[in-house]
Design a protein around this ligand. Structure first.
Ligand code: ADP
Ligand code: MG
Length: 231
C-alpha cells in the first residue's frame, strides 16, 4: 500500500503575544506532521494553546517564528491575497459557536463557501441542500440559525465545512457547547464524512471522550507537545 504523505508539517512553531510589557508564550516550539486522511485530535486544558495552534495552522495569524506547510505550501509566507485564496480553496473550519451568518438560511450558509469556487448559484444550492439532507436537516433547509437548536446549527456547520471538500478541516472545540448525546452524533457525523471523503481533520478539544474518534492523539501542555501517538 502507498504510504500516506504528510499533508500538514509544522516545525518549531512559536507564538508569543505581546500585551504592553508582558509577553505570553502561547506556543513554545511545536513540531508535528499530520498525514493525509488522518483524524487528529489535539488535547489540552484551557489556555494550553489549542486555538492559537489552529489559528497558525489555518493561516489566520502569523507565527512569531517557525513554519507551517500544508501540502508543501508555506502558509506563514503567503501574503494576504494568496492566503485568502489558499484558505478558500484548501481549508474548512468548524467552530465551537457554529459561526453561521444569522441573516442567511441554512442552505445559503452552506452554499456560501462554494461561491468562492466559482460554482453557479443553482449548483451551489443543490449541493448545499444535498449536504444538509446528509446531516439530517432536510426539513430545515430554509430555517435561519436563530430558528435551530445548537446541535442543528453545528450540523449545518459541518455541512458547510465539508460541502467545499477542502483538503483540511480544522475544528476548534466543535462540541464544546453541546450535551453528550449531541456530541456523539456530531462526532459520528464528522468522522463519517472524513472517512468517506478521505478528509484530513484537525480537531482541538479539552474533552477526553474525543479520543475514541482519533487516528492520531496529540497532547498540548503550556504550548508544548508532550505526546504524539497514532492509535
Ligand atoms: P486554548 O485554546 O487551549 O484555551 P489559547 O490558544 O486560546 O488556549 O491561549 C493560549 C494562551 O495564549 C493563553 O494564555 C491565552 O491567554 C493567550 N492568548 C491567546 N490569544 C491571545 C491574544 N490574542 N493576545 C494575548 N494573549 C493571548
Ligand atoms: Mg480555545
Amino acid at each position: 500500500m502507498k504510504q500516506p504523505r504528510p499533508i500538514i508539517q509544522v516545525r518549531r512553531l512559536r507564538k508569543i503575544y505581546c500585551m504592553g510589557d508582558e509577553k505570553v508564550t502561547a506556543l513554545n516550539g511545536v513540531s508535528l506532521d499530520i498525514l493525509q486522511g488522518e483524524i487528529c485530535c489535539i488535547f489540552g486544558t484551557s489556555g494550553s494553546g489549542k486555538s492559537t495552534l489552529l489559528n497558525q495552522l489555518a493561516g489566520m495569524e502569523k507565527p512569531t517564528s517557525g513554519e507551517v506547510r500544508i501540502r508543501g505550501v508555506r502558509v506563514s509566507r503567503l501574503d494576504e491575497e494568496e492566503l485568502a485564496a489558499f484558505r478558500q480553496r484548501s481549508i474548512g473550519f468548524i467552530f465551537q459557536s457554529y459561526n453561521l451568518l444569522p441573516s442567511m438560511t441554512a442552505v445559503e450558509n452552506v452554499a456560501m463557501p462554494l461561491m468562492f469556487r466559482g460554482i453557479p448559484k443553482k449548483e451551489r444550492e443543490e449541493t448545499a441542500a444535498r449536504m444538509l439532507r446528509q446531516v439530517g436537516l432536510g426539513h430545515r433547509l430554509n430555517h435561519y440559525p436563530g430558528q435551530m437548536s445548537g446541535g442543528q446549527q453545528q450540523r449545518a456547520g459541518i455541512a458547510r465545512a465539508f460541502a467545499a471538500q477542502p483538503e483540511v478541516i480544522f475544528a476548534d472545540e466543535p462540541t464544546g457547547n453541546l450535551d453528550s448525546r449531541t456530541t456523539r452524533e456530531i462526532m459520528e457525523m464528522i468522522t463519517g464524512f472524513a472517512r468517506q471523503l478521505h478528509q484530513t481533520i484537525v480537531l482541538v478539544t479539552h474533552d477526553p471522550e474525543m479520543e475514541q474518534y482519533a487516528d492520531r492523539v496529540i497532547r498540548l501542555v503550556d504550548g508544548t507537545i508532550i505526546s504524539n501517538r497514532v492509535r
